[in-house]
Ligand binder design. Sequence first.
Ligand code: AHR
Length: 516
Amino acid sequence: MKKLFIFLFALITTSFTASLAQNSISLNLNTSGAKETISRHIYGHFSEHLGRCIYDGFWVDENMNVPKQGRIRMDVVNALKKINIPNLRWPGGCFADEYHWRDGIGPREQRPKMVNTNWGGVTEDNSFGTHEFMELCELLNCEPYIAGNVGSGTVEEMAKWVEYFNFDGVSPMANLRKQNGHEKPWKVSFWGVGNESWGCGGNMTAEFYSDQYKRYATYARDYPGSPLKKIASGASDWNTNWTEVMMKNVPASQMWGLSLHYYTIPTGKWSKKGSATQFDEKEYFNTMKNCLAMDEIVKRHSAIMDKYDPEKKVALVVDEWGVWTDVEPGTNPGFLYQQNTMRDALIAGSTLNIFNNHCERVRVASLAQTINVLQALILTEKEKMLLTPTYHVFDLYKAHMDAKLIPVQFTSPDYTSGNDKIPAVNASASIDSKGVIHISLVNLDPSKKITVSSALEGVKWSRVEGQIVTSERFNDYNSFDNPAKVAPAKFNGASKKGSQLKAELPPLSVVMLELK
Ligand code: AHR
């Protein structure tokens, strides 16, 4: 009897300890290794002439009853200013390689119309062009990131656009800009040379594009006081050959950055991507697995870049990322309008952690897209506007902008589905110029609470504060009837015990801790 009791006691304590071990993490923060800066431009955004992103998003009817500056919607501008939007990419995407910038300047009523063949075949009236976009960036206090037309444009057309933006003197394009009401050059710096040149941007081979890149980039001039950061059109997903060819053929001195596009497709199939809101746990798991693949994708492309550019002069620019689902039922399939759930918040938190942890190479990124398209920050319906779960994560993570990355090590418990597993927790940490440490933690597990602790030796701090984005179900979302279903809240689950940090991450949560 006594033996049986001892056996049962041992069994219970072993499995209790095992389950505790499974649901707890010890974080090792290497504060002395905080050398690399997390560029604020990792937190960038993308606005294409697609669906209701520009028209009906940023740029609205002059009779719409919302606060406006001209036709620019100010509630949207103020929301983006709150998250310190660092840059905005424009005019595409695929649209960029069909866009002829001279159609979008001068008196609006005289601007020619065009068909937006990529996105729904709608008529583009060019009422939102260069001056309107630059005014938007000024209102947002963010840097413009222009994508130039390689696919259907010419070297001369791109060269003249740069001159129009950046030359401060007497020249045909500078004079035209002045004639159109802007005396001083804008000093644009981020300059994309084409977009997805392997696909909608011209269906080129990497070899052909690398030569084209050099032609276009040569004549996209650095005017006095306005050096360009030229960004080459890069690979999609796992296509490391594109990166290899570009790095081999284009010297680092001619290319500030090389782009990479990767979208999370819930089902992994472009033909039936999966609903934005109606999905079960299996599909949730697959989505998160596909999202976390970004880490390996970045590593593979970075490894090739390291071979040709060990000093890491060329930036990896992930200028399109996010979840891409089927469109909302009843909406135009060409408009890519999708809802945004707690799953999107977890995708945003996890991906931004990945980018932070690779900030030595990833120096710019753009979520696709800002308003009403794909993984949007903001949705609008006439006068109404709502902030998505993704927006709230960007609000939490803005603390990492321009801070120094603190390398973090830990072993995560698994989140399993059938025979498959992914790490339940991901994290990144930084220390800002005032010495404040921020730790962002994501718990993907939909049912397990996970306890995080860290010894934090050698770190001076007196208290911990936190914020959280969480919700009961992974497919909870903000609707126009219930716009605050998923909202940020104060996080009370963290404490200081001696020099130890302890935090309890609820299931499905994105947490930002601040150590003061
Ligand atoms: O973001 C939507 C589209 O996805 C972009 O226009 C294109 O670059 C990519 O294929």
